[in-house]
Design a binder for this molecule. Structure first.
Ligand code: SF4
Length: 340
């Protein structure tokens, strides 16, 4: 299938097969054909969103050695990067959340925890944060796997949605089985929480077959947004030997994810924020403060993390306007996840 056939298929609103997604991923990112795909990814995103991108702000409630030991994560207990657990107080959490909420171009506030963070404390702090946010602000959770009962409690605590992904190498490079991740997504959606997702974290060792599988799996549960994120090397980690994919290759995958994902999914994220991604169909960046699984600095705002203003500026450089809250991606009714 050549690129023109792909573009024709997009215009006819036909679904792509696994083999077709693999064939797009096989194209050399430096080629003219890859850039045609990147242009098509951007065209779809700009049309679906009326050329309006979003910035969401994320902060972590804690910093701790995490027993799930995802090989790509700075919190993995086995790496010993962060030895002592540290937790934000209620006031520190409110301060971080309000920092995002006061930024006019911030479309949602994400509260992240490691997988072993106490659920009761999570509910307690989340409710305090919720009270201090503007009523229209969307509050999103980025947490570990949850039961249906916990998902309902999260909804009742004021969450509008969650971020949850079936990560690259899930169940092999992580201690979280794919089935469990899918069950959590179902639990969130059944509780009325809208789920955003991403194909992540992609490294050079991942095959086109695996990337294609994850692109189509993400599309199958009708998320608020999909997209693509590359793995950032954690020094001393098991995966350091593989290095990182380039921003150009990431931009190609961002575009392919957009092309192969149904039009009912408005958003298409990339991380970390970059202009190539924005000009290839990425419509969502994250600003980050506090602990960050891709950073060995306890305060990512002093290292890798970008502010809402930084993210907005990158989008403006790619001729996007940035939406003023609340997120239109999370403001959707989802379909039911196929049987996990
Ligand atoms: S990615 Fe999440 S679950 Fe995995 S080790 Fe890091 S904090 Fe734990």
């Amino acid at each position: 299938m050549n690129v023109h056939d792909i573009i024709r298929k997009v215009r006819d609103k036909e679904a792509f097969t696994h083999a077709e997604v693999v064939s797009m991923l096989e194209i050399d990112p430096k080629s003219r054909e890859a850039h045609l795909l990147m242009g098509e990814g951007a065209r779809i995103s700009r049309e679906l969103t009326d050329n309006t991108a979003e910035v969401h702000g994320q902060f972590a409630l804690n910093l701790a050695p995490c027993p799930v030991n995802c090989r790509f994560c700075a919190f993995a207990a086995k790496y010993g990067i962060f030895k002592e657990p540290k937790e934000l107080t209620v006031q520190e959490s409110i301060d971080y959340a309000k920092g995002f909420d006061n930024a006019p171009e911030n479309a949602a506030v994400f509260l992240m925890t490691t997988a072993n963070y106490d659920f009761g404390k999570f509910m307690e702090i989340s409710q305090e944060v919720r009270k201090m946010l503007r009523p229209e602000t969307l509050m999103i959770a980025n947490v570990g796997d949850m039961s249906p009962e916990q998902a309902v409690k999260m909804k009742n605590a004021g969450f509008n949605g969650t971020y949850h992904a079936i990560r690259m190498g899930e169940g092999d490079k992580t201690n979280a089985p794919v089935k469990q991740r899918l069950k959590s997504i179902r639990a969130f959606q059944d509780a009325g929480l809208v789920v955003g997702t991403c194909v992540e974290p992609i490294g050079p060792e991942h095959t086109n077959d695996e990337i294609a599988e994850k692109i189509l799996l993400a599309a199958s549960f009708d998320p608020a947004f999909s997209g693509a994120m590359r793995r950032i090397t954690i020094p001393g980690s098991d995966l350091e030997q593989y290095g990182m994919i380039s921003e150009l290759r990431l931009a190609q995958i961002v575009a392919i994810t957009r092309i192969a994902t149904p039009m009912s999914v408005l958003g298409n994220c990339t991380h970390e924020p970059n202009i190539l991604g924005a000009s290839s169909g990425a419509t969502l960046f994250w600003a980050e403060v506090g602990a960050n699984p891709r950073d060995t600095n306890e305060k990512t705002e002093e290292n890798r993390g970008m502010s809402v203003a930084d993210c907005s500026k990158l989008f403006a450089e790619a001729d996007w306007q940035v939406g003023k809250r609340p997120s239109i991606y999370y403001n959707k009714k989802h379909n039911v996840l196929a049987e996990a």
